[in-house]
Each structure stands twice: as C-alpha cells, then as structure tokens.
Design a protein around this ligand. Sequence first.
Ligand SMILES: [Zn+2]
Length: 756
Amino acid sequence: MSWVVEKKNGIFLPEINWHLDARKPASNVFISHAHFDHFGNHPSVLCSEGTARLLRARMPGKRKWKTYGFQEPFEISPSVKGVLYPAGHIPGSSMLLLEKKGERLLYTGDFKLGPNLTAEACVVPKTDTLIIETTYGVPKYAFPPISEVKKEILQFCHETIDDDHVPVLFGYSLGKAQEALKCLEGSGLKILLHPQVLKMTQACEEIGFTFPAYSEFRYEKAKECVVISPPLPKTSKWLTGISNHRTAMLSGWALDSYRHHSKGSDRAFPLSDHADFLDLLEFVARVDPKIVYTTHGFAQEFAQALRDRGINALELGAQNQLGLELQINPPPKSNPPTSEFESHTNVSPHSILSFTTAKENAVKAESHTRKVEIVSEYFANLGPTDVAIAALFLSGHAFTRASQRSLNITTKTNRQAILFAANANETEYKRVRQHEADPWAALLSLLNPNPQIGQTLENFRVLFDTLEKSPNPVFQHSLLSEAYRKLNPREGKSLSELVLSKQGNAIEESVIEEGLAKRFEAPIEAVRRANLRCADLNRVANATIDRMLDYIPLQLFFPLKLERPAKGDMDFEFLSQFQSPIWVEALHDGLRCQIHKVDDRVELFDTEGKRITHRFPEIAESARLIPQDYIADGTLVAWKKEQPLPYSELEMRLKRPVEDLFIGEDVDTLLWLFDLFWCNGDTLLDLPLNRRRRELDTFSVNLRLRISPVQKVDSTDKLPSLLRDSQNRGNGGLIIKDATKRYDPLSLKPSWYSLK
Ligand SMILES: [Zn+2]
C-alpha cells in the first residue's frame, strides 16, 4: 500500500498522524527548514540540527526538539523509520524520508538540486511516494549558471559605487542574503548588513558556514559599501535614509520582468534557492517514484508535465477537490492587487472611505481568522506610511498608547461640529431622531451623503496633531466641522469614534498584530511582543515592514502590561506543567507597583497603569539610590517595625488629597521587588525568570526597596507548611512561579499561581 497524503495544515500523513511543515500548532511535526512560511508555534519539532539552531535564533520560546544529523537513521514509532537528507535550499534545510512496511515516502520541502553557495549539497534518495515542491514548475524557469549571475551582481555593485551610489542587494534574511554575501567573496568590496541579515548570518556561522568580512549597517558608513538587506518597499524609512541608493532584487522571479517592476527594485538578478523546471524533472527521474504529489507554485502544471512523460502525478489536494473541502472553503483568491495597474475601483486605498469599509467589514466578520484576513488584505493595498497610520486608527485611537497623548474634545464640541458641518439645527436633528433610535447615527445621517472632496488617513493624522495643539473649543469646533464637511455619514462615524476615543467599534490589537504579521510575512510572536514592549502600533507597523521588530526596546516611563497570577488550588494540579524546582515567594498584601528609574527620574505605576509616584515620594527617593537604570516589578506594602500591616493602612494613603504635604508621614511603606524587565539599556523580557532574577539580585537595595526572597522547592509536600508560615508572618499567602518562563502577560498558560 502506498502512503496516504493529505493537504491539511501543511501536509498531513493520516496513517501515522504526522504533519509536514504545518503552519498551525500541531503535535507531531516535521519542519523542513527555517523559513517562516514553513513554521508554526509547535510545542515540539522534528528537524535537522542546523534548522533547530536557526529556528531558535528566529523564534524565541520553549519547545521540545527532536534533531538529527543528515543521513542518520531514527524511528518515529516502532513501525516507522526516518532519515533526513540535505535539501540544498538554505543552511540546514532537509528532506524527510519515511519508511513503513517497506513503503518509502520522500518529502522534499523547499529544495535545490544544483550547486548552492551556502547550503549543504542536495542528496537524492530513491522512494515510492514523492511529495515535491514545485515553485518553479514550468519550462520558462531555466536559471542561468550561478557563476554568471554572480558576475552580473558584482558588475552592478561596482558600477553603482563608481556612480557615487550605494548598491543595496535585496534577499531574504535567511538563505538568499547569505548567498549574496558569498557572491561578494574575493571582490574586495566592503559589505554592510541590515540588522536582520546580520543576525541570521551570525546564526549561520554558528552552524559552521563561513563568509567574507562584513559589518553591521550604519548610515554614516554606507558610502562605497554594498548593503545587503531583506526586501523592503521603496518608501521604507530605513531604505530612504540611505541617500543615493540603487536596489537589486535577488530572486528566481527575476525571470519575470513584471514581477520585479511591481516590487519596485531598480534591478533584479535570477539568483534562486529553488530547483528550476529542468532540475525538477531530473530530480524526479533520479528518485524514480511510483507516484508523485506536487505542491507549491506551479503544482498543477508540473503534475501535468510529469503525466505527459508517463509518470503518475497529482497536484496535492486536487484529489479531494470534488469532496466537501471545496464547498466549505471560500473561492480561491486571485493574486492580491499589488500594483497600481490591478486596482479595480476608483476609491483610493488610503482614503477614509476605504478605511471605514475595511473597519466595518472586520467588525462584522464573525471569526478571528476572517478579521485578520480582512485587515491584512486592507494593508496590502496601502503604502508603508499609511499602513502605520491605519494600524493605529483601526485600534480606535488617534494617538499611540505609549505617547500618552489625548485629544480632550468633549462630546458636546464634537456634536456641534457635526451639526455645523451638516448645516443643520436641533429641529432637523429631532426630525431624523424620530426614525433613528441611535442618537449618534441620527446625528451623522445629517452629513452630506456625497461630499465632493474626500479625506485621507494622512489628513486625519494632521487633523489630530493640530487639534491636540489647540485645546481651545472654538478652534477645535471649526477644525472638526471643516473635516466633517468632507465626510459622508459612514466616514463621519469613523472620525467621531477616533475623536472621542470610543472603543466600541475598534479592532482588537491582537487582530491588527496578526494582520501585520500576515501581510508582511513576519512571525506573529515577534509582532505581538514588539507591541507589548512599546505599546505603539504605528512603530510596530513600521518595524514589521522594515523587519526591525526585534530592535524595538521596552518603552521607558510607560507602564508595561503586567502578568497576573492565576488562582492555584490546594491539590497543586496546576504544577504538573511546571519545571522543577518551583519558586515560592510570599504573596504580599499590598499594591502591585511597577517602577521605572533612569538617572534621577523615577515613576511608579499601579496595576492599572495609573501613575502613583506622587503618593509615595519616599519610595521614589529610595529608588534613586540604586545606581542602575531599571524597570522593575514589585508589591508596595504598609510596614511597621519590620512587620507588614494590612492593605487597609495603605489605602488610607491612597485616599489622601494629592496636595497633602505630609503624605509620607502617616504610614511607613516598603516595596518588595520581585522581577526586572529592563536594566541599563537591555530588555530582559525574553529571558527566563531565573536569569532576570539573577540580574535583580545584583542590585544593592535599601530599607525601603528590598528584594522579595525566593525559596526553591522540589516537591509540593512542603507547600502547605510554607503557606501557613507565610500567613503567620502577616502575608496574604504564596506566589508559585515557573522560573524557566520568559515574561509573557499575554500567554494563555499562566506561569504564576497564587495560593491563599
Ligand atoms: Zn524556503
């Protein structure tokens, strides 16, 4: 019996319950290589040793790894054996050969048969069932020899530099960028790498690849150097910062002239890390399979080409196209309209009308997935600047959270501006109100249904900036009514919601984050954590486009979202997923307090992110005594004679009027520090708790700022007595932590529990 192969969350082998290159989390998964389009957030992964090293560099987070060297046999179950073969696509890329009851199956993943400058050379085994990647599966894709392409790339670099311009080579940060680097070997050219490329190049060096000398990109160094960068839009801020640059895309798609024009690079060279049409045919001949399943790119065309040559071949997934699957799925999408020529309507994508339509559709959509798709498709039609503005406005805010700016426009001013723009009075409003239950809908329905001039995202951005600078209601009224005059009722609703910061129709930030990740092929975790660190969707959008997400630091003097303990039961069942030893700290009966200190400036925030510095000046004063700059987490308690006092004592302090000069004198306080988020310029959130804590333990603390002691226990037996002791000392109970976890307040799996 040959293997059963299904197209489902990547590729699925139902007989052994394994997935190949699954995108959604799955339990038994083989990952062929470290490109993001082949990877999801899986709890455990089977892959080559090289791929595991690269994935660890790209995707933080804990998971189990089953790694093997090339051609080293292993078992995935007693009846199924496996071997990995190098695929020649990028460093570490591998093909998987499985065998059950003497029947072999080979899955290629992305592969390249011919020579490749930076991947282990492809080795071809024989098999019965072949699943082959066919990105370039039509005859027009015949790549010239690599030596010729290399010559052309070098010529482009030299000519550009002679012309006083900076050559920028575009290639994906893992694989193509290192090929580009290798092409420059021996040329004597000075090479600068985009930080993302630098990071992946260093990761490749760690697994044994060598490259010509390079350094990290700096604007001031760019003259007379070659820059290697991930593909960026023409208008990317990072790119436009390099004066007099010329870009060249390195991609197999360079053989399609229209593709690189639409991508916006000045030149394109056909440097590919995939097999071309003739290589695909040769590969199949050498593998000598009984049946071939084709996948990716020209899968249907290549299956036909094989059948024309007498080989049994099917496009993967085509076998069940008459089944249920096709009826459930939405019709296949045509290629997204990336160039201006393909736009079908005359509504400009950066208009408020398009924004409103996208937002309405996303609000109406029932599933999270569909919302993400709508947002990502909307982003696909916008330039980078507008993506950044739209990402922010979709969240229902006129300004980023981190900026702590707000418009301070009253409902009354906004309402009057709408009436004024509509040339309407209260009588007219009352008339429409009889037929419209919602007062805002009634008001907005008075606006001109077909205004001649529209408004754009950029118009709104400028409007909000101006409004913020002029808190005078008369001026606000005139600016606002001017804007409403150019909007129809639906668009007016968008403006009204942003002006009043109404969150009712806003899109959740998690949807916007995923929309960005999907549109720009960035890892969702990186987008999510960047937004957690900076609370600035505008900045996150720019960094997603520029592939600089990992470089966004923690926002100083802005409260970080806090991880909260879940409630633990006394049966300790929750501890089953914890790594040993478990960490036990006192649950202090007090106020959770986040402290930010840089030089002489100190701010304290409570659990809700409210600033409470002025209420605890003595804590702020003690915080200044610690020499490091830091952001730390702790609990504020009322304290007397080395004993904690009940929370009610602290509440008295919180209730006193702000202008009270003797605020520090009624009850004494103490801040127990237990976590460190940032220290002297380094963001520590991605480190496990024990590493963050090690850093915190180096602080020389004082009487008012102390470090909450930790007890490490190996078994749960001791917990009941520890709990009793802690409560006897006047604490609320215990906090139990997994010390191997990074800081993740958004995680669904808590790594802290409270015991009371
Ligand atoms: Zn790939």
